[in-house]
Ligand binder design. Sequence first.
Ligand code: SAM
Length: 315
Amino acid sequence: MHHATFVSVRVPERGFFVTPHLDPMGKLSKEKRDVYYRKAKEEGWRARSAFKLLQINEQFDIFSSVTKVVDLCAAPGSWSQVLSRSLPHDSAQIVAVDLQPMAPLDGVIQIQGDITKSSTVTEILGHFGGVKADLVVSDGAPDVTGMHDLDEYVQHQLIVAALNITTLLIKEGGTFVAKIFRGRDAALMIAQLRIFFEDVVIAKPRSSRNSSLEGFVVCRGYRSPPDFTPSLDNVFEVMQYSSEELLAGANRELVPFVLCGDLSGFDADMGYDLAADAHVQAPTAPPTDPPYKFAKKLQETQALGRPEGMSGSKE
Ligand code: SAM
């Protein structure tokens, strides 16, 4: 039985009480109040995210017997630090990948690359001498726009990319940990991940803010589905959703996504120039008695928004 949340960082008595710090605008800075932010600085972690991986490991013991591990989307490197401090340097190999450059870290091989590129796969496996990884972790995050649907979609694409590359890097029985947004589509994604892993859990480390939809999928027991050929194509699209064999129980709830219509025809998201002889046409079916007409009438008598019975004229 897994617990959704867990405590691991011991906050000293009243340690969460901090004297408020004000920024130049006179506002309280959130980071200054955050215990994990301060603890990360105290303990020399490059980012407060280090505690998330530490707490995930505390709960799920994902580092045991690991000799080859890949840290996808690793910069600035706090997860790589956790791996480097937790695994024995003489026997474990850690490869970290990110689009961004990262300051060197003891015991960590670094690749500046894109997780969606096959050259990155070749480079990682080259460092492992062709042997597959026991553990792949991914804390990938796109730049957040604040538009939840878009952010969730882009994050989902990054997980798909992380899973794609993982299918090329991980050994049978291996573990995959990845950041997700616990949004509307999380249940579908979990069902899809279950096709590849025996056990899939969403973890919410204590150090991950409650106000954030962030969660981490902890996927254990990688099992390449029969006839599945790992590739950097979208695994969720490649999968044979109609296969009875792969889709037992909840997985059968998956609904195939089918594109309809002439794909070389008009694109609904594009703008097209009007023909030279185009003219404005009246609506095919004008609105009959829309509510705005009544609201407009009320507005004219200044009665809009006033309690019933109250005069519309100014006092
Ligand atoms: N786990 C890191 C740590 O503890 O320091 C923090 C990772 S940060 C939240 C997310 C990272 O994802 C960024 O550094 C970004 O460059 C990386 N990223 C996003 N898309 C990527 C891609 N396609 N390939 C490689 N890295 C990517």
